[in-house]
Ligand binder design. Structure first.
Ligand SMILES: [Zn+2]
Length: 216
């Protein structure tokens, strides 16, 4: 009978972990009703979102802010487009998946938009730069040299991977934590270019020029 208390402890731990498993950080509703042949891709993407939601939510934490705890993932039968997000609804085009079945990571980029929840009117290069920074630098783990660095003034306005590489450089070279600060400012509708100077002592455009000069 001496094993009794230990067994009880094991059983109670099991119940605790089961209870946690039953209470995920987010609920992902998958709709592949238009494209039954892409059900497997949808399931893979759904699992990716379940795993990455809590990580991205922590990376982009803002005091007093809670992102939507439910996400809808729809694969739509379509001959064009890639993917888009509106509110907590992610829509992926069947055309893109059929051509690029390995591109499941695009779901991470779209999930960032759900979690960002920025009000309208924020600069698109920051929105897309943060989404691609999390997808390519954090999720895919690409090195700094992988990111395109166009040699032109204000190249960061190309957004996406270009802005993502710039953010990665700022995080490692000039202003650790700047992505979180930009994210909080964007959520509050309080973004201003001056944030870069406040964090680094150098204006945004001069930072971009320094970033480009480093690659020559
Ligand atoms: Zn995007």
């Amino acid at each position: 009978m001496r094993a009794g208390p230990a067994l009880a402890l094991v059983v109670s731990c099991l119940f605790v972990s089961l209870a946690q498993a039953d209470d995920p950080a987010v609920r992902i509703e998958l709709d592949t009703s238009e494209v039954a042949h892409l059900q497997k891709w949808g399931e893979d993407a759904r699992l990716l979102l379940l795993r990455w939601y809590p990580r991205i939510d922590n990376l982009l934490a803002t005091k007093g802010f809670k992102a939507s705890r439910s996400v809808k993932l729809t694969i739509r039968k379509s001959d064009e487009g890639v993917a888009g997000t509106s509110g907590n609804s992610i829509v992926v085009s069947s055309h893109w998946i059929e051509k690029h079945p390995d591109d499941v990571g695009l779901a991470v980029h779209e999930l960032v938009h759900v979690i960002q929840s920025y009000p309208n009117g924020q600069p698109g290069w920051v929105t897309e730069g943060i989404a691609d920074y999390i997808r390519w630098a954090i999720y895919e783990g690409k090195p700094q040299s992988w990111f395109p660095r166009p040699k032109k003034p204000q190249g960061y306005k190309d957004a996406y991977r270009v802005a993502a590489g710039f953010l990665l450089w700022l995080e490692s070279e000039r202003a650790p934590g700047i992505v979180k600060k930009l994210n909080t400012a964007m959520r509050r509708g309080a973004y201003a270019d001056e944030l870069f100077a406040d964090e680094t002592g150098q204006p945004l455009d001069a930072l971009w020029d320094a970033y480009v000069a480093e690659s020559r």
